[in-house]
Design a protein around this ligand. Structure first.
Ligand SMILES: Cc1cc2nc3c(=O)[nH]c(=O)nc-3n(C[C@H](O)[C@H](O)[C@H](O)COP(=O)(O)O)c2cc1C
Length: 324
């Protein structure tokens, strides 16, 4: 499977763009565990063209994480074109356009999934960005605005006509936000439309090796993208890749192995930000990690971990879990 000049193996597994999650440290970690492509969190086109320094820092990519996609969002053609040109200077492998974000502050203003209500504008932006840059441009979107407006099959054809190099479909409507189960039948309909020839990346609820396999076998997608399943569990990519390539689940590692991965991630965050912000930033991963699921009477320990203010305190609590 190819996206522009990039070539992937038979069962590519990508790390989804996630705000406040897919920073450079987490992306590198997921890459080490076998993610075939990683995405930055979405970046506001308006903030980029205003040279807001916090926004510009989100553009930082490293050679070790390649291939890496930088994702932008916005609702104006000119701003998106200019933002894409700024992104191009950071030399990502792919520029991805976000037409899927459901949160009110974005979609309510007509950006992200709000664009699904103005498909002509969405297509105008896409065509203009494709024309303006030399990097492959991809799109990530949802099935439609709501259950009565699931426009994705037709929209996918029109996006392809704009010259995009691949399309990611999250199998939910905007109205669904993140609730319920993703509907993969429409992702399959996009992929199996004989008019489509660009790669289709399926996204939504791929949180185990078995589900990844099913997505390829049942719906024929060219790649899968993993979001929430990777938070607090970057090793999921290794398990998925192993299963997809061999048909067998990898041997489970001891608890302290996985714990050391989380600790490594916390150290990276502390180093990159500072102790306070690094710990705060790591909390989402600790809270979501499957590593601590099912440990009896764990609630007080979980609360203590999420309250810890320093690395020393946090690691002290973690070491006690391991000692149990
Ligand atoms: C915390 C969080 C932040 C997200 N931020 C973004 C984002 O910046 N850009 C984007 O396209 N999607 C974003 N998403 C959506 C994910 O990329 C993905 O489409 C969605 O979570 C469904 O995949 P999953 O079921 O594997 O999590 C975000 C999701 C979560 C949970």
């Amino acid at each position: 499977m190819n996206i522009g000049h990039l070539t992937f193996d038979d069962y590519p597994v990508f790390l989804a763009p996630m705000e406040d999650v897919t920073d450079i440290g987490f992306r590198l970690l997921c890459k080490q565990f076998g993610a075939d492509m990683v995405y930055t969190e979405f970046i506001s086109s308006d903030a980029l063209i205003r040279h807001i320094s916090k926004t510009q820092s989100k553009l930082e990519v490293s050679d070790e994480e390649r291939p890496v996609a930088v994702q932008i969002y916005g609702r104006e053609v000119e701003a998106m074109v200019r933002a894409a040109q700024i992104c191009e200077e950071a030399q990502p492998d792919v520029i991805d356009l976000n037409f899927g974000c459901p949160v009110k502050k974005v979609a309510g203003k007509g950006a992200g999934s709000g664009m699904l209500r103005t498909p002509d504008k969405l297509l105008e932006i896409t065509a203009a960005v494709v024309k303006a840059v030399n990097v492959p441009v991809t799109v990530k979107t949802r099935l439609g605005w709501d259950a009565d407006n699931q426009i994705i099959v037709d929209l996918a054809e029109r996006l392809q006509d704009c010259g995009i190099a691949a399309l990611t479909v999250h199998g939910r409507t905007r109205a669904q936000m993140y609730a319920g189960e993703a509907d993969w039948t429409l992702i399959g309909a996009v992929k199996n439309n004989p008019r489509m020839h660009i790669p289709i990346i399926g996204n939504g609820d791929i949180n185990s090796p078995e589900r990844a396999r099913q997505a390829f076998d049942r719906y024929g997608v060219d790649a899968v993208m993993v979001g929430r399943g990777s938070i607090g569990a970057p090793w999921i990519f290794q398990a998925m890749k192993h299963y997809l390539n061999t048909g067998e689940l990898p041997e489970k590692q001891p608890f302290d192995y996985y714990l050391s991965v989380l600790k490594q991630q916390i150290c990276q965050s502390v180093e990159r930000l500072d102790e306070r912000r690094g710990i705060l930033h790591s909390r989402r991963h600790i809270a979501a990690s499957p590593l601590f699921k099912g440990i009896p009477d764990f609630k007080p320990t979980r609360i203590a971990m999420l309250r810890a203010a320093t690395k020393e305190e946090l690691f002290g609590i973690m070491e006690q879990i391991y000692a149990k």
